[in-house]
Design a binder for this molecule. Structure first.
Ligand code: MYR
Length: 131
């Protein structure tokens, strides 16, 4: 189960990923230490995600397979869905400003939640531990 409280432990290639996303250097530096925490709560097909970081606190609700919008901390809006695929979650989103595709997955490996991101040929990972 994905349910629980997850705190960022480390990231891989996240800086490059943000650069590909067009995030400026100052914001990239800040985002590298964002202390991201997510609380995931799944009930059937429905998820509530409580996101807390150095930038903001927000609650996101979505239903698997149903399109929703999610604004990144810099205001970029994504539109898309999460679905379950095997043991993991797969997210398929498009940026509203340029239409380009961003895909993401969440999978639990041991005691860690690994979220992978892909955008325009650049991939990154953010790895969380339970708290
Ligand atoms: C959630 O399940 O946490 C809410 C929906 C997440 C949508 C996809 C998130 C992609 C985040 C990309 C970060 C890029 C930073 C430039």
């Amino acid at each position: 189960t994905f349910n629980g409280t997850w705190k960022i432990d480390r990231s891989e290639n996240y800086e490059k990923f943000m650069e590909q996303m067009g995030v400026n250097m100052v914001k990239r530096k800040l985002a590298a230490h964002d202390n991201l925490k997510i609380v995931l709560e799944q009930t059937g097909d429905k998820f509530v995600v409580k996101e807390t970081s150095a930038f903001r606190t927000l609650d996101i609700e979505f239903t698997l397979g149903v399109t929703f919008e999610y604004a990144l901390a810099d205001g970029t809006i994504l539109s898309g869905t999460w679905t379950m695929e095997g043991d993991g979650m797969k997210g398929t989103f498009n940026r509203k400003d340029n239409g380009k595709l961003l895909t993401t997955t969440r999978i639990i490996v041991g005691d860690e939640l690994i979220q992978s991101y892909s955008y325009e040929g650049v991939e990154a990972k953010r790895i969380f531990k339970r708290s």
